[in-house]
Design a protein around this ligand. Structure first.
Ligand code: BES
Ligand code: MN
Ligand code: ZN
Length: 489
């Protein structure tokens, strides 16, 4: 998609050419300085009872009198907040679904001033609105014909051009990352295999000039990743350990490291999951997809820092060779782990990836994982669970979530939560009791993150949607990209 910005007089918006003019309107009345002809049209629609200046309301008018664009889309935001703007933008772009609109122009009306955040949300909403999964459903109808979007900037707003330039570039990059993450997530498990994730990383390396290393079982054995290997051993699908680097600063500068859980299908293993909704466990590589997406976004923005992305990818399957409850495995860190439940496999692949991250002498490590059903119970699909062994890391992750509207919520790491992980036969057990399940999982990981500042995102509730809208969300690519950018020194 072609993203543009255009400075114009907001008292003469009606004269601008496009296939659809989308007005995202905040407040309960139009500003006095706003285009007079459009004001008459909108106020008339309100009088007729066809439209209200209330959050969630939309109206599309065809060939309205005095308007150059053949379609006028009104999307009310209610409050002039970033969150309200995002919702209205999505509503506005949704109005173009199935229509012949190739070029849409968007104006924010009733907002204080253009901000990077608003411009970013404009690009994100446009990108999101055109995504359709078709890889194994080529007959899926196109969402729209949209190929070009223009953000209209008020000439009277002095700082608009600069804010819009930065914001649109950021939103465009994040949209590209989200698209990659959604597509990887949506691909069925027999397509998005560990091998496929390795190929995607390689392809990203080629297109964006990144160093990418894809390791196989032999290399992982050499590294001593007994925990990761134990999860992979039940499947015929070969594992992959992926390391991709974006070098934007001097070699001496400690990198940010992102680690993704890449379970391309989680059957539970011998601790087999119930059958209902098991198909959704193809999304269990959502962490891997999101760190790849963030890498893509960062590589497009080209900030002055170093970023390393690590993905531990394999399937979790039952078989005669599979890991069994009661087995004890030795992690790369040397800590032994008693397997009490083979369905708690995410932490088993992540712990070795965290130990591997030590070699980069990182400034900070953040792992991302669809780790626990308990996190879905705790926070639902609105916020990801966030943990950190450092208050600055926690604050930076929370701020990145707010700025991108890809929200998270900090959870506790009190030592008492680790009690349940005690084992008579190993240094640690891989599960505790059911209570506080997202927290005990994080406590397990924390044992492998003692040598660096560390954050952990449990995205089990946010990485995909169930039901009629089943599909990957691309979260938390926005949060991660903002977080990485916040680490530029
Ligand atoms: N991938 C799942 C977590 C999950 C479950 C995500 C449901 C989204 C929806 C993870 O590997 C898992 O199975 N976790 C177990 C841990 C338990 C055995 C301690 C869980 O949450 O049930
Ligand atoms: Mn599992
Ligand atoms: Zn899992």
């Amino acid at each position: 998609m072609d993203f543009r910005t255009q400075s114009t007089a907001f008292d003469a918006l009606a004269a601008l050419p496009s296939d659809a003019l989308i007005l995202v309107i905040a407040g309960e009345a139009l500003p006095a300085t706003f285009d007079a002809g459009l004001s008459v049209l909108i106020n008339d629609a309100v009088k007729l009872g066809d439209f209200e200046l209330k959050a969630g309301k939309t109206l599309t008018l065809q060939r309205p009198q005095g308007v150059k664009a053949p379609r006028l889309v009104l999307a009310a935001a209610g409050k002039p907040s970033l969150k309200a703007a995002r919702a209205a933008l999505l509503h506005g772009f949704a109005q173009l679904k199935g229509r012949g609109v190739a070029h849409a122009a968007v104006a924010f009306v009733g907002f204080d001033a253009m901000t990077t955040g608003l411009a970013e949300q404009f690009a994100l909403a446009a990108g999101e609105s055109v995504y359709v999964y078709r890889h194994t459903k080529p007959s899926a109808p196109a969402a729209s014909k949209l190929v070009k979007v223009t953000l209209l900037l008020d000439k009277a707003d002095a700082g608009a051009a600069k804010a819009a330039k930065v914001g649109v570039a950021l939103g465009q990059a994040i949209a590209a990352g989200i698209e990659l993450a959604r597509e990887c997530g949506n691909l069925p498990g027999n397509y998005a295999t560990p091998t496929y994730l390795g190929e995607q990383a390689k392809a990203l390396g080629l297109s964006h000039g990144l160093k990418v290393e894809v390791m196989d079982k032999k290399a992982v054995e050499k590294l001593g990743m007994g925990s990761f290997l134990s999860v992979a051993q039940g499947s015929d699908e070969p594992l992959r350990f992926i390391v991709a680097r974006y070098d934007g600063a001097a070699k001496t500068q400690a990198p940010v490291v992102l680690v993704g859980k890449g379970i391309t299908f989680d059957s539970g293993g011998i601790s087999l999951k119930p059958g209902a909704d098991m198909d959704e466990m193809k999304f269990d590589m959502g962490g891997a997809a999101s760190v790849l997406g963030a890498l893509r976004a960062v590589a497009e923005i080209k900030p002055k820092l170093n970023l390393v992305v690590i993905i531990a990818a394999c399937e979790n399957m039952p078989s005669g060779r599979a890991l069994k409850p009661g087995d004890v495995v030795t992690s790369m860190s040397g800590q032994t782990i008693e397997i009490l439940n083979t369905d708690a496999e995410g932490r088993l692949v992540l712990c070795d990836a965290l130990t591997y991250a030590e070699r980069f002498k990182p400034s900070v490590v953040v792992d991302v994982a669809t780790l626990t059903g308990a996190c879905v119970i705790a926070l639902g699909g609105v916020r990801s669970g966030m943990y950190a062994n450092d208050d600055d890391v926690a604050a930076a992750l929370a701020a990145a979530g707010e700025a991108s509207l890809d929200l998270c919520w900090r959870m506790p790491l009190d030592d008492e939560y680790e009690e349940g992980l005690k084992s008579n036969f190993a240094d640690v057990a891989n599960v505790g009791s059911r209570a506080g399940g997202s927290i005990t999982a994080a406590k397990f990981l924390q044992r492998f993150a003692g040598k660096f500042r560390w954050g952990h995102l449990d995205i089990a509730g946010t990485a995909w949607k169930s039901g009629a809208a089943k599909g990957g969300t691309g979260r938390p690519v926005g949060l991660l990209t903002h977080f990485v950018l916040s680490q530029v020194r």
